[in-house]
Design a protein around this ligand. Structure first.
Ligand code: HEC
Length: 253
C-alpha cells in the first residue's frame, strides 16, 4: 500500500500513456506548421514596407508608426521646390511634419515661412497647384501616413493576447512533462514567451510614440520564437527518445 506521505509524482514524457503521447505529438506538429505560417505571414505583410528586400526594423517602424517622410510637401521641398527655400527653414518644416503637422505649430512657425517664400505662386491664383495660404490648404499636402490605426491595433492586440496565450499555455503544459536537469530553467522557458508576448504587444503601441520601440518588437518576437523552438524540440525529442538508464530516475518537477 502506498503511504499517504508520498508526494504525487508528476510524470515525465516516457511515463505518459501512449494515447497522450500521440495526442501531444500531433498537437506539436500542427503548432509547428502554424508557427511557420505565422512567420511567413509576418514576412509577407511587412518585408516590403520600406521598399527594400528583407525584414528590417525600418519595416516594423513604418508599419506601426507610419512613413512620415512620405508627404507631398516634404517630397516637393526636397525636390522641385527646394530652390525656393533655404535648408534651415526646410528642416523646420520637416520637423513640424514629423511631429504631426499640428495647427498650432503651423500658426507659430510654418505660416510665416510659407507666406514669405511660397504664396507668391501658391496663393490660389494659379490653378492646379496647392493653395498654401491657410492650414486647410497646407494640410492637404501633408496627408500623414500614421501607420496602423488605433482600431486595428486594438483588434490585433486582443487577437494576439488570446491566441498566443492559448498557444503557449498548451505548449507549456506539454513541455511541463519534460525532464530538465536545472529545475528553474524549465520554469524560465515556460515563463519567457509570456513576457515576450507582453513586450511585443506593448511595443506595437509604443512604436507610435517612439520609433526606438521597433527594436523591442523584434526582440519580443525573437524571444517568443526561441522559446517556441526550445519547447517544441525538447518535448518532441523526449516524447519518443528519452528513456531512463538502469537505476536512473527523471523527475519532471
Ligand atoms: C515660382 C513659383 C513657385 C514658388 C515660389 C513655389 N512653388 Fe511650389 N509649385 C510651383 C509649381 C509651378 C508647381 C507645380 C509643378 C511642380 O510640381 O513642380 C508647384 C508644386 C508644388 C507642390 C506640389 C507638388 C506635388 O506633389 O504635386 C508643393 C507641395 C509645393 N509646390 C510647395 C511649395 C512650397 C512649400 C514653396 C515655398 C517654399 C513653393 N512651393 C514655392 C511653383 C512655385
Amino acid at each position: 500500500m502506498q503511504s499517504p506521505h508520498i508526494r504525487y509524482r508528476y510524470p515525465v514524457f516516457y511515463e505518459l500513456p501512449n494515447s497522450l503521447k500521440v495526442l501531444f505529438t500531433n498537437v506539436l506538429i500542427m503548432m509547428g506548421f502554424g508557427y511557420v505560417f505565422g512567420l511567413t505571414q509576418i514576412w509577407e505583410v511587412h518585408h516590403l514596407e520600406d521598399g527594400k528586400p528583407g525584414l528590417s526594423v525600418q519595416d516594423i517602424q513604418i508599419a506601426y508608426r507610419g512613413n512620415r517622410s512620405g508627404t507631398r510637401l516634404e517630397a516637393a521641398l526636397r525636390g522641385s521646390m527646394s530652390r525656393h527655400i533655404d535648408p534651415a527653414k526646410a528642416e523646420t518644416i520637416f520637423q513640424w511634419i514629423h511631429q504631426g503637422a499640428s495647427e498650432q505649430g503651423y500658426n507659430e512657425t510654418i505660416k510665416p515661412i510659407l507666406d514669405e517664400r511660397c504664396i507668391g505662386c501658391h496663393g490660389g491664383r494659379m490653378g492646379g497647384i496647392p493653395d498654401l495660404r491657410d492650414y486647410a490648404g497646407v494640410r492637404q499636402t501633408v496627408n500623414l501616413d500614421e501607420g496602423v490605426s488605433i482600431g486595428t491595433l486594438v483588434r490585433v492586440s486582443h487577437i494576439h493576447l488570446f491566441g498566443l496565450t492559448l498557444i503557449f499555455t498548451v505548449m507549456g503544459f506539454i513541455f511541463s512533462h519534460a525532464y530538465i536537469k536545472w529545475r528553474h530553467m524549465k520554469s524560465l522557458i515556460i515563463l519567457i514567451p509570456f513576457l515576450a508576448i507582453f513586450v511585443d504587444i506593448a511595443s506595437w503601441w509604443l512604436t507610435k510614440v517612439s520609433p526606438a520601440f521597433g527594436y523591442t518588437v523584434i526582440i519580443g518576437g525573437a524571444l517568443m520564437g526561441v522559446a517556441f523552438a526550445l519547447q517544441w524540440a525538447i518535448s518532441m525529442y523526449q516524447l519518443w527518445f528519452l528513456r531512463p538508464a538502469v537505476g536512473e530516475t527523471h523527475l519532471a518537477d
